[in-house]
Design a protein around this ligand. Structure first.
Ligand SMILES: *Cc1c(COP(=O)(O)O)cnc(C)c1O
Length: 224
């Protein structure tokens, strides 16, 4: 594994270049280090290197990291699929949940939350069976059902691009998510400002930034 400072330099340059190519400000993109596959020590190294945002995809992994790293030292993101019965382990320990994808999950988050929880609604734009998330058609009806849940704020939409070499396919998925985000934002729902786009991972974050990502979730390329 290379030192995280080196990885971070490379990724920072790529993020910056992608922003420049499309005339965006670097400040509008937040880089989340996905630490789900690495140790507490490696996560600590990432924080020392200047990483502020950390993403975990299992309640157990989150708990493990938070047992040894003070919560105040990072902004914590829950990025994985979340079983309803495990919501209580996660909901008040993180700053963002990226995987809101069904009403039963929203109900449980709302019930267990002691403060407003910033959520991304996950959309399965590519339509792959293996992927979680609402279909684009389900998105708006779903959002309207969230009215009653006073502890949920929909800050944006999240998606995962298909695992393909075909850049055009990936780009198209990100463009579709951007269009959906604009449609939701235009509804002006007070509980769903929906200004953010969580999209882009190690293999495709530059395309995602070109297409409007405001949060990129980078694991392998950053922390190994
Ligand atoms: C693992 C994971 C990532 C990071 O993937 P890399 O390809 O390692 O950068 C991003 N988002 C989600 C939801 C993940 O599960």
């Amino acid at each position: 594994m290379t030192a995280i400072t080196n990885n971070l330099q490379v990724i920072e340059a790529k993020i910056n270049d992608a922003c420049v190519r499309v005339g965006r400000s670097r400040q509008d993109v937040t880089c989340i280090a996905v630490t789900k596959s690495v140790s507490v020590e490696r996560t600590e190294e990432a924080l020392q290197a200047g990483i502020l945002h950390v993403g975990e995809n299992r309640p157990e992994g989150l708990a493990l990291k938070q047992q040894q790293i003070e919560k105040e030292r990072a902004v914590w993101h829950y990025i994985g699929s979340l079983q309803t019965r495990k919501v209580k382990q996660v909901v008040n320990e993180v700053d963002y949940i990226h995987s809101l994808d069904r009403l039963s999950l929203a109900e449980e988050i709302n019930k267990r939350a002691t403060k407003t929880v910033k959520c991304f609604v996950q959309v399965n734009v590519s339509g792959e069976n293996s992927k979680h998330g609402l279909t684009p058609e389900e998105l708006q009806p779903f959002l309207h059902e969230l009215t009653a849940f006073t502890h949920i704020e929909v800050v944006g939409l999240m998606t995962m691009a298909p695992n393909t070499e075909d850049e055009a396919i990936i780009r198209n998925v990100f463009q579709q998510l951007k269009q959906l985000q604009l449609q939701v934002q235009a509804l002006q729902l007070d509980y769903a400002p929906c200004k953010e786009l969580s999209m882009g991972m190690s293999g495709d974050f530059e395309i995602a930034i070109e297409e409007g990502a405001t949060f990129v979730r980078i694991g392998t390329a950053l922390v190994g």
